[in-house]
Design a protein around this ligand. Sequence first.
Ligand code: SF4
Length: 503
Amino acid sequence: MISEKGSGFDVVLVSGEPYADHPLSGVGVIARALDAEGFKVGVIGRPDWRREADFARLGRPRLFFGLTSGSVDSLLQNYTPLKRPRTRDPNAPHASGVPDRAVLVYANIVRRLFPGAMIVLGGVEASLRRFAHYDAWEDRVRRSLLLDARADILVYGPGELQVVDIARRLDEGRDLDGIAGTCVVRSALPPGFKEIPSYEEVSASKEKFGEAQALFSNRRALAQKHAGRWVLQYPAPEYSAEDLDRIYGLPFTRRIPADHPGLEMGRFSVVTHRGCVGRCSFCALTLLQGDRVVSRSEESILEEVRRLARHPEFKGYVDDLGGPSANMYGMDCPRRATCRRDDCLACPKLDRRHARLIKLLRRVREVPGVKKAFVRSGIRYDLALESPGYIEELARHHVSGLLKIAPEHVSPKVLKLMNKGGGKKALERFRALFKKASGTKKQHLKYYFMVAHPGADDREARELAAEVRRLEAGGEKPVEGVQIFTPTPMTRSACMYWTEAAA
Ligand code: SF4
């Protein structure tokens, strides 16, 4: 234990990523959100876990330590889909700087150094391991990270509203029960929670594992028993457009530290919305940001673009105007808070016109000082097909050489398992519209495909390979974005993989 003199900080955040005061940095946004409420925040970015003193340099915070691996699960960062350490990847050797199971490692160190300190877990790794989950790296079911890390509370999703609530309550000496978007461990099951099969049941039975999976949702109060205790999930908070406007309106300096070069490409990016109505089986976004879209107001986005235009290093190019799927901006449903359906994409009430987005793009182009505003986030191409006017707008004004789309596969069987729309005909239609709208501009589509998803056998792999060859023979750039499926914890595809439900 180190000497405890008191740090002067209310909250100390420890992140596997270097700190950046930037709206694309998770820890940067959390720090700003707390700071805006008057809390004094210290950040330890990418500590060396082999040197415990690194974790002690800001002392013991008055309220809590917030621990995160950063924007990616540490095991996904450290291993290829074939479980080869990325440090020995012959194609792209890479040392992430985070330990395996970073959140757990950080929690153990903090507890050793500061016995009794309040520990709050957050970020992607904690969110995707909040309940018992299949862990591909150990090929077994692991219990909730909250129990393994022996933390006080786990924040899932983006987390700004939760951490501010936690800080306020601790400041006022109140308990942490009932905070929307958090999980806690309790020794009794309170009323109002839907009980999902226990850790012991899902470890012993793949059928029970599938039952638990079917109930995972950010919109439910869920409870899962682990031995004699319950992991309780309080439903995620309803973010409003005003919440997002306020968060992205915070005074980020956008300074990118030298050890965080990955953010440089997005330095002058603007986040337009959160959430995704796609619900692809392999994707964790729904478990993080939810399956409803919440968009910022047009005025707030324009104001941010005007601020960028005044930035001394801005050269006139907005790096990206986007969100999880760039073309879902404006697809907010007025019924989203009360509707119990899970499938917005299949719902006739979903506004697919892209009208708000087209208007926004046009207004951003008119902001003095903006030469170009690019859309570098991927778009949901099958949804874009419902608005050829949007494809035209995008191709004419907002593509910087490459437009990313993620068909993922072309086999109807695999697409169905992926819960993904599209297919060969839709892809062909989109290509034709994009090409026509691009005219003589030298710009291309960048495709992302996935192999080895559950249900994709040799036949489907050959079908995909034939399509890739056809695209390339038709003059497309070589298709580089082919990834091997990785079972991301708590996703439906990981469940299919573990339970062999797609076989
Ligand atoms: S009404 Fe339809 S679009 Fe709206 S939230 Fe419900 S499922 Fe989604």
